[in-house]
Each structure stands twice: as C-alpha cells, then as structure tokens.
Unconditional design. Structure first.
Length: 134
C-alpha cells in the first residue's frame, strides 16, 4: 500500500523564525508560508532531493496543533506523511483491519490539494501517520 515518504512534519512556535533557521544553517529551499484555516495551520515546505520537511504553525484558536505546542513549547516532530496510490482503497483496507482513522474517517483535501487521511498514533507505535494519494 505504501509508496514513498512524502514529508516529515514539525510543529514550530514561529514559522518565520524556524524557516530562517533552515535557510541560514542549510541554505534550504523554502516555500512561501500558506495558511489553511480549514486545517488550522500555516505551513512551509523545505524541499529536499528525495522528500520534504513541513514546518507547521498553529492558525487560529481552534488549531489542532495548538495543544501539541502547549506540551512542546519549542516545537517537535508531529507526523510523517507517506504516499499511497489510491486513498479510497487504502481506507477500505484500513477499515477492514479496524484501524482508527482520525477526523471524519473520510479523506479530505490536504496542503498539496490531494486527498489525505490521518491514522491514530496508538495504531502505529506512537506515530501519527498521514496518508496522501500520490
């Protein structure tokens, strides 16, 4: 089912400062910040040869990553995103295996404008997994 690693997501308290750290220390290629009110985040992507790093900052009072940042005030790794060929086939398989899907339990559009799902970390060794259709 899994294809390739799409990105590793890191929650940060200040996306501009975090971007500066990656630009200054690694001369990284960093996208412009983009806010997704429907997901409660502002993100930038750091482009690598074989994957990306997503820096995420809470957007709005109802941001789902706000509690994460309260527990980890300096930020930290939030989730990994892996690509799948067909998100609906993957969802059917996961449902058959009784895997807990977060949110509505149905795919939604993610920051790459592709369907995504989040899988409960208790199901995957304590790691929040995002699946994105390739």
């Amino acid at each position: 089912m899994l294809k390739r690693l799409n990105h590793v997501a890191i929650v940060v308290p200040d996306i501009k400062e975090a971007s500066k750290v990656y630009k200054t220390n690694f001369n990284a290629n960093i996208s412009e910040p983009k806010s997704y009110p429907e997901h409660g985040v502002t993100v930038v992507f750091i482009e690598l040869e074989n994957t990306k790093i997503e820096l995420m900052e809470p957007y709005g009072e109802d941001s789902p990553i706000k509690k994460f940042l309260e527990k980890n005030p300096h930020g930290g790794m939030h989730h990994i995103c892996m690509e799948v060929e067909d998100i609906n086939k993957s969802l059917d398989s996961l449902n058959n295996n009784k895997v807990k899907i977060l949110g509505t339990g149905k795919p939604v559009k993610g920051s790459h404008n592709k369907p995504i799902l989040f899988l409960h970390p208790k199901e995957f060794c304590g790691t929040l997994i995002e699946l994105e259709e390739e």
